[in-house]
Write a protein that binds this ligand. Structure first.
Ligand SMILES: *[C@@H]1O[C@H](CO)[C@@H](O)[C@H](O)[C@H]1NC(C)=O
Ligand SMILES: *[C@@H]1O[C@H](CO)[C@@H](O)[C@H](O)[C@H]1NC(C)=O
Ligand SMILES: *[C@@H]1O[C@H](CO)[C@@H](O)[C@H](O)[C@H]1NC(C)=O
Length: 494
């Protein structure tokens, strides 16, 4: 809802600027703006009231809303339909400020990202916040404190769909169903059929992660939750890996990135075959390309979704390089035992990283086409919350490069920052609420690449069932991605 007035403002401001540059045409422009503004406003109010009439609050209670008549829907007419709904239906809940709810550190299926939507301050008025404090009968009552508990249903009702819960339930039901000794109950059969009907669009998908071990762990957890098979690629650990989820024909491939450095210098810290090649250009040839075919989806030329990220290895690389610099300058006589992760990066380091990320994005587009749905995942920190300085520098740099190169930024690190008790070690996040969040975000993007649209927790449009040949399906992925891309590129809420 917020995106239309916002982008509309921008248009008005830009046009105003043009107007003052051309005073003779001022009158015509002003009239045109007034007309456009009126039309847009009337249209906006009409669509908002239409969607309000649908009742967002009612959605809180209904478990899930399906679109009617999606069977064999033709993607092009579907797209026209979203176009006529307007760009305010483009909402990315994961780029909004919000709250990660989990009932405990192991809560996988019940944890949720709860985005804050306009109106929440009114909806969630708290009598605890009233000043002066109203008299309470018993001053030692619960009223004096803040009881534990989940957010209210109406806020939950607008949180994005938990695709991971569905996928996990379906995977488990299928496994049970395949077991001769177990008979599904009627209720379980119905639930299974319902899930299958809800998840058809996940079948046959290919996801490619080009990232470090943080994402590899996330993929491992997703794989085991969905009863898939995870294995390392032909070159072994820290090169490539993949998860095959047979029962849905899903492949998640991981290409390990060992920083953006361009060679293996003498000061490289990990002396093993794993990083025989560090430069992405070399890893591309030696490790990635031999597995590229498994990443290709139905369109025959690209994955359905590419997720890119490089941060923690760069942070370490810059720390080692700086130590070497101090040695070269005789400012120190030996390698420090504890690297300095509190040092802000210098300009040369930052500049290097930016150009390498830009090159990386270029390589991916060269390989899979410039329109491949690609996002850059925001960085996670080490669990020692104080060793984050370089990561903050890199994060800001990556955001800028992505903005320049028209790559969407996938919030994740920013959403989990601070949850260091939910890590498995100093660097990697543990299975639980954080891995569920990762999976739900990835699925949110995948849903979009298939033509799905979700707005404030209710599904506006299911992806078309693919009866189309591969060529027109390719078109649909590209078109579906483009639909809201510009809106997302220009809305920065976090
Ligand atoms: C599995 O998915 C791939 C990629 O989308 C597709 O080419 C292949 O035909 C699918 N296999 C089956 C058995 O459906
Ligand atoms: C990938 O598939 C193409 C086309 O089928 C084939 O020519 C190529 O050899 C395959 N590459 C690998 C590494 O298997
Ligand atoms: C976290 O890192 C800082 C800076 O490297 C260090 O001083 C501190 O002792 C570390 N804390 C823990 C708990 O490891």
């Amino acid at each position: 809802m917020n995106s239309l007035p916002q982008s509309f403002d921008t248009i008005v401001i830009e046009t105003k600027y043009m107007v003052s540059a051309l005073p003779a045409r001022r009158l015509v422009f002003t009239a045109a703006i007034a007309l456009a503004a009126t039309v847009a406003l009337v249209y906006w109010v009409a669509t908002i009231s239409a969607s309000m009439h649908g009742g967002t609050d009612d959605n809180a209670k209904s478990e899930f809303k399906f679109l009617q008549n999606t069977d064999n829907a033709d993607i092009s007419s579907e797209l026209v339909r979203l176009g006529s709904l307007g760009r305010e239906k483009c909402d990315n809940p994961y780029t909004r400020p919000g709250y990660l709810y989990a009932s405990n550190e192991h809560d996988f299926t019940g944890s949720k990202w709860v985005p804050f939507y306009s109106g929440m301050l009114d909806r969630s008025k708290s009598d605890r916040a009233v000043y002066p404090r109203p008299p309470v009968p018993d001053s030692y009552s619960e009223h004096e404190t803040f009881p534990d508990g989940p957010p209210p249903d109406r806020e939950f009702g607008m949180s994005p769909h938990s695709w991971m819960r569905d996928l996990k339930d379906l995977s488990d039901l299928k496994r049970r169903d395949a077991d001769d000794k177990v008979q599904l109950t009627e209720q379980q059969k119905r639930y299974k059929a319902q899930l299958e009907d809800r998840l058809y669009w996940v079948r046959d998908r290919r996801i490619l992660l080009i990232a470090d071990s943080v994402d590899r762990y996330m993929a491992i957890y997703m794989c085991s939750r969905l009863n898939g098979k995870f294995e390392h690629g032909p070159a072994g650990f820290q090169t490539t890996a993949s998860c095959l989820i047979d029962h849905m024909n899903i492949t998640i491939t991981h290409w390990h990135v060992s920083s953006t450095y361009t060679s293996v210098p003498p000061w490289w810290w990990m002396k093993s075959t794993k990083t025989k090649y560090v430069a992405i250009e070399e890893r591309w040839q030696e490790y990635y390309l031999p597995t590229v075919n498994q990443t290709i989806g139905k369109n025959g030329r690209s994955p359905d979704l590419v997720i890119l990220q490089s941060g923690l290895w760069d942070q370490t690389m810059f720390a080692y390089a700086h130590n070497q610099l101090l040695l070269d300058q005789r400012k120190t006589t030996q390698f420090a035992e504890e690297l300095d992760f509190m040092r802000p990066l210098n300009w040369q380091e930052l500049n290097f990283y930016m150009h390498r990320i830009a090159k990386f994005i270029g390589l991916i587009r060269e390989q899979f086409g410039s329109d491949v749905p690609m996002v850059y995942r925001s960085m996670t920190h080490k669990s020692n919350g104080s060793e984050t300085m370089g990561i903050h520098d890199l994060e800001r740099a990556a955001r800028f490069v992505c903005k320049e190169l028209d790559v969407e930024y996938m919030e994740f690190g920013s959403l989990v920052a601070g949850h260091y008790d939910w890590y498995r070690d100093k660097v990697h996040l543990e299975d639980g609420p954080l891995s569920a969040l990762w999976g739900n975000i990835v699925m949110w993007y995948l849903f979009r690449t298939q033509g799905g649209n979700e707005f404030k927790g209710s599904i506006q449009r299911m992806p078309p069932r693919s009866t189309l040949d591969s060529q027109s399906h390719d078109l649909s992925i590209t078109e579906a991605w483009k639909e809201c891309h510009d809106v997302f590129m220009h809305s920065l809420l976090i």
